[in-house]
Design a protein around this ligand. Structure first.
Ligand SMILES: Cc1ncc(COP(=O)(O)O)c(C=O)c1O
Length: 398
């Protein structure tokens, strides 16, 4: 394993005694360099961006736009294809409202998948078009045969998660984009779980829109990203109206700035964008291939150790070529919330619940599960602590 595992030197919160943080899929810890970059903004050049002409305002604008350049390069997109939002949810809603309302009517079809986070389901329900789901097989993989059948109905859009936040499945988004485009549909990818854990190249994937979020990528909360093909962003009407997104405002109508400004109305999360720029710098320094390799190593160890526990069912594939850095499981006879609470008392932080993926949980026949997710700072020893803590759960419920 080539990764020198970062510790409290890089993640201040890890200095807390006994903490084993296995909940990065919910939110990651923020890397020190990101916190410091935000502190520098607040302490030395705090000013608004894109408006004022004095020195610290120019510095702030420059830092914000440099952050955009870094974030774009990190995900294989051009800066003009990179819009800052508040989170992945807002990035998907931006597409649903701006592109969707202009291009999708009530009789049109949007295709999503049975393994999506609610963020990639509910905006399409609100849009009010027809909605169909690519089913998930017992192997935890999408049924691409069913996709082909749905494509015969000529959908306007196919929406798919790059990595499932429950099953861990890495979906073949490049292949899905190829098939969808051949049928005349656009493709939106929810990359919230992928960008922090795998090398992602927006232009190579061939998707039309790609959404992700800073707080799972070792950056701060309150910042998300939408990459969109330039010509689509140019054609799309705005999402929110207000300052900065305009070219000219008349009394009765207005014209719009070019993208990405067209989609960044009002004062943006400046510090958070700068913090995300620092976080992706840090990830690039490690190398996303190394991040993936590390996640693969610790996750396959977790699969191996969890499989040894009697009465424990793991959701999703065990094929690490198809699985990202998380494992959801159910322990027979114990509610996932009880599992999380008991192991939480031993300092092991995991998520329990429906993971904002209720259609998938119904498919799995389990209203809830416990999920351990693996970050750059986790080690095999953290998994040993998880397994020991699960031993305590079994003793309590014996
Ligand atoms: C797959 C997936 N998509 C979208 C989201 C939503 O991210 P955010 O809360 O940053 O909008 C999450 C977060 O849990 C997620 O796991």
């Amino acid at each position: 394993m080539s990764l020198a595992v970062p510790t409290s030197a890089e993640f201040p919160v890890l200095a807390r005694e006994g903490l084993v943080y296995l909940d990065t899929a919910a939110t990651s810890q923020t890397v020190r360099s990101s916190i410091e970059a935000m502190d520098r903004y607040y302490e030395t050049y705090r000013a608004t961006i894109h408006r004022s002409v004095y020195a610290i305002a120019a510095e702030a604008t420059e830092a914000y736009e440099t952050a955009r350049d870094k974030v774009a390069a990190f995900a294989g997109a051009a800066p003009g294809e990179t819009v800052f939002t508040r989170n992945a949810t807002e990035a998907i809603n931006l597409v649903a409202y701006a592109w969707g309302r202009a291009n999708v009517g009530p009789d049109d079809l949007v295709v999503t998948t049975q393994m999506e986070h609610h963020s990639n389901i509910v905006p399409w329900q609100i849009l009010g078009s027809k909605l169909a789901y690519i089913p998930v097989g017992d192997d935890g993989l999408l049924d691409l045969g069913a996709l082909d059948e749905l494509l015969e109905r000529r959908p306007k859009l196919v929406c798919v998660g790059h990595v499932s936040n429950v099953l861990g499945t890495i979906n073949p988004v490049e292949e899905i984009a190829r098939r969808a485009h051949a049928a005349g549909a656009l493709v939106l990818v929810d990359g919230a779980q992928a960008v922090p854990s795998l090398p992602v190249d927006f232009s190579a994937l061939g998707a039309d829109f790609y959404a992700w979020t800073g707080h799972k990528a070792y950056g701060p909360t309150g910042i998300g990203v939408l990459h969109g093909r330039r010509e689509l962003l140019e054609e799309m009407p705005p999402f929110l109206g207000g300052g900065h997104m305009i070219a000219r405002v008349g009394e009765l109508e207005s014209t719009w700035a070019d993208p990405p400004a067209k989609f960044e109305a009002g004062t943006m999360p400046v510090a958070e964008a700068i913090g995300l720029g620092a976080a992706v710098d840090w990830l690039s320094g490690i190398g996303m291939d190394n991040v993936r390799e590390h996640g693969r190593d610790v996750t396959s160890y977790a699969l191996e150790r969890l499989s040894e526990i009697d009465g424990l069912t793991i959701h999703g594939t065990h094929d690490m070529d198809r699985r990202g850095s998380l494992v959801s499981f159910v322990l027979e006879g114990v509610h996932p919330h009880d599992v999380a609470e008991i192991i939480g008392r031993e300092g092991v932080c995991v998520r329990a619940g429906h993971h904002c993926a209720q259609p998938l949980m119904r498919r799995l026949g389990a209203p809830a599960s416990t999920r351990a997710s693996i970050a750059v700072h986790n080690t095999r020893e953290d998994i040993d602590r998880l397994i020991d803590a699960l031993g305590t759960v079994q003793e309590v419920f014996a």
